[in-house]
Design a binder for this molecule. Structure first.
Ligand code: SF4
Length: 472
């Protein structure tokens, strides 16, 4: 089971590249193995073969609450009054401050509630949820989960387990995707359908917004813990999800191609070559070329072994990543008027470097086309874009952005055009980073922020960085 989970995680590596972990149960005990790094760096044959069991969950982390540290790597692990629990989270909660108070107020022996045990000095929202779930002195974990889930606000897709049962749940807005699949002899839940295909599972359906699923030796049962109020992240279609994913019935690849076609209709230009910023700009560039009739070609070569620059946590790494990631194909570019298609502009540093690279390679003109509207607001639901002040589109207009990145022209797809391409009703999509209208109301600014819990928790054993097997 650990190997199957490993391959599933491998398929989902794009969703988080900072740390990875797998928890397995053999029915009697849970073992967790986690460490910093890519899935392929964290696990090898010998660690995987030591993780024996018929039940497993896995996680690859992209940090949005809590620093990128070993202690914050997932799955989280915690003993309960009746065994133990391991939990993995995709998303970001916005009532972390409130949850911290709830955890502190839980009745029971102090050491049972101590956030320092055994997850160390974890400072993520996920560990709070694990602590709340783990506290069920009288009822079952299933009953406790149905009490805890309605307390949470924000974006969450969870998978969790105790020794004999697997659970999954999705927030009432369904902000992040979560799908249920079937193996020949078992069930699987994953963030994207592409992970199911990778491990030979068939897609059964999406986990519904506001639904909790329980899988044990009796089979699968479902609970509705909240009324669905669907607000799926539109950015999953633009950038985040793999192109071979299907979200709410819409192929992500097809949505991106259509965004490119729409971009060509909205912002046509006379040019000699349409080229993508690989890889996430590729489908939109193909759509732009198809609609405009301008030849499509590769002008950048990407080093496939460098992670997505956008997803790395620090600005310094991002800037370094740009140079590590792309090289220009001079013979494709020299003497040509270029349309370069990308999925988004966040800070503008990436595009500035790319435009410079194209000019150095001999481009006559560089026209930048973006398959999402200007990102003007931060995301609090699981993408660590930047603060508002860092977003290039906050406060300056498109012409000024074009000037700032050095492009001859710049065109962003319209909000309506992007939404149309997803084939989802606009009212069922979160578009907050473009509009500032947050579908799950935000608390006071003082209660938000990636490092909220780092201000309140002490770190008695900082520096621990070795993988351990958490053995209850
Ligand atoms: S704010 Fe943007 S990135 Fe965040 S969930 Fe909403 S649409 Fe997605």
């Amino acid at each position: 089971m650990a190997k199957l989970t490993y391959f599933g995680l491998y398929a989902l590596q794009h969703r988080g590249q900072e740390s990875a972990g797998i928890a397995v149960s053999n029915g009697r005990q849970i073992l967790v193995y986690k460490d910093m790094g890519l899935v392929s760096q964290v696990f090898d044959e010998s660690t995987l073969s030591s993780l024996r069991g018929h039940l497993a969950i896995g996680h690859s982390r992209y940090s949005t609450t809590g620093a990128s540290t070993w202690e914050n790597a997932q799955p989280t692990f915690r003993p309960t009054g009746h065994g133990s629990i391991a939990l993995g989270h995709n998303g970001n909660l916005i009532n972390t401050h409130e949850l911290r108070e709830l955890v502190a107020a839980l009745p029971g022996p102090a050491d049972e509630l101590d956030l320092q045990r055994p997850q160390g000095e974890a400072t993520n929202d996920t560990s709070l949820v694990t602590a709340l779930m783990a506290h069920h002195p009288d009822g079952t974990l299933e009953e406790r989960a149905l009490e805890v889930l309605p307390m949470l606000r924000g974006a969450y897709c969870f998978v969790w387990m105790n020794e004999d049962t697997l659970y999954a749940a999705r927030d009432p807005q369904g902000i992040r995707p979560l799908v249920l699949g079937r193996l020949e002899r078992g069930w699987v839940v994953a963030s994207e359908s592409a992970a199911l295909a990778t491990i030979g599972a068939s897609v059964v359906r999406e986990v519904e917004p506001g639904e909790m699923i329980v899988i044990d030796d009796q089979g699968l049962r479902s609970h509705k813990f909240a009324e669905p109020d669907r607000k799926g992240c539109v950015f999953e279609y633009v950038y985040l999800a793999r192109p071979d994913a299907t979200i709410s019935g819409r192929s992500v690849h097809e949505a991106r191609v259509e965004m490119g076609r729409q971009l060509a209709r909205e912002f046509p230009v006379d040019a000699d070559l349409v080229m993508p910023v690989p890889e996430s700009g590729t489908p939109a560039a193909a759509g732009y070329a198809e609609e405009s009739g301008i030849p499509f070609g590769q002008g950048f070569v990407k080093n496939a072994y460098v992670g997505r620059t956008f997803i790395q946590p620090s600005q310094t790494l991002r800037q370094l990543g740009i140079r590590l990631k792309l090289n220009a194909l001079d013979h494709m570019i020299r003497g040509k008027r270029i349309v370069v298609v990308d999925d988004s502009i966040v800070r503008g540093n990436t595009q500035r470097a790319q435009v410079r690279m194209l000019r150095e390679a001999g481009a006559l003109e560089v026209h930048v086309r973006i398959s999402s509207p200007p990102v003007k607001w931060p995301c609090f639901y699981g993408i660590d874009f930047a603060t508002r002040a860092e977003l290039i589109a906050n406060g300056i207009d498109v012409e000024e952005i074009a000037h700032s990145v050095g492009a001859d022209s710049l065109g962003y797809i319209s909000l309506d055009g992007m939404i149309e391409a997803t084939k989802q009703p606009a009212e069922q999509l979160c578009q907050a980073c473009f509009t500032g209208e947050y579908p799950v109301p935000l608390p006071d600014e003082s209660q938000l922020g990636k490092h909220l819990l780092e201000a309140t928790l002490t770190s008695p054993t900082m520096g621990k960085a070795l993988p351990v097997l958490n053995n209850p």
